[in-house]
Design a protein around this ligand. Structure first.
Ligand code: ATP
Ligand code: MG
Length: 211
């Protein structure tokens, strides 16, 4: 079973790493692939290039053997649609392997804005983690209905089926966001416990985020 952790990672932070570490332990993934988005369809274009964001990811995950960097979205042009990423992963990995898209509830709540979103469930499961945020976006009635049809409380379902389920897990998520990290860096505020020291070093060397 493979975990797929997509995001802008602008930059990767300890909140992301806590998601991956908690889910690796709870769900026993064979591997977790970090998949940086080159051109996020629903966000403004990040000022830091996709290559630099991927490089920070590589630095952050290099000591965990189960973690991999998957840069396929950097090799495509146009918007980075998850449906295209999952289609390409399926073609490569076969029909039978279980694929789990790891996602925070804030992002999952907006899933019905994703390109061809109903088809995503034919390609992967969703493992959803709560996220401590001041404002939790609400799901549309349509998405809520699909979610409640697909939800399971049994992690075994993810192992025994290749796709189609939603599993929601409580992981004591950290209250860190890339937005906060970017703002603090731009204001010369410390970010010490928010992301790995090796990533902070890279940001300083490359003068990213106004540092
Ligand atoms: P930004 O503030 O720029 O949106 P972010 O911190 O939300 O950045 P993303 O790259 O947008 O990070 O998020 C990638 C994925 O990681 C999303 O599914 C998001 O919900 C999840 N995620 C990000 N931070 C956390 C966190 N602290 N706890 C749990 N999930 C998180
Ligand atoms: Mg975000």
């Amino acid at each position: 079973m493979i975990g797929l952790f997509g995001g802008t990672f602008n930059p990767i932070h300890n909140g992301h790493l806590h998601v991956a570490a908690s889910l690796l332990e709870r769900l026993h993934f064979d591997e977790i692939r970090f998949i940086p988005s080159a051109t996020p369809p629903l966000k403004n274009m990040p000022q830091v290039t996709a290559n630099e964001r991927a490089k920070m990811l590589a630095i952050a995950i290099k000591d965990t053997p189960q973690y991999m960097l998957d840069t396929r979205e950097l090799q495509r042009s146009g918007k980075s649609y998850t449906i295209d990423t999952l289609t390409s992963l399926r073609r490569e990995l076969g029909e039978n392997v279980s694929l789990c898209w790891l996602i925070g509830m804030d992002a999952f709540s907006q899933l019905d804005q994703w390109h061809r979103w109903p088809e995503l469930f034919d390609l992967a499961h969703f493992v959803i983690v709560e996220r401590p945020l001041d404002t939790q976006p609400a799901m549309s009635a349509n998405l809520q209905q699909v979610f409640s049809q697909r939800i399971t409380n049994n992690a075994e379902d993810l192992h025994t089926h290749p796709c189609g389920y939603c599993l929601k897990l409580e992981i004591d998520a950290l209250a860190i966001s890339s937005t906060t990290v970017r703002h603090r860096l731009a204001s010369s505020l410390p970010v010490d416990n928010m992301l790995p020291g090796s990533v902070i070093d890279y940001i300083q060397q490359q003068h990213l985020y106004g540092v």
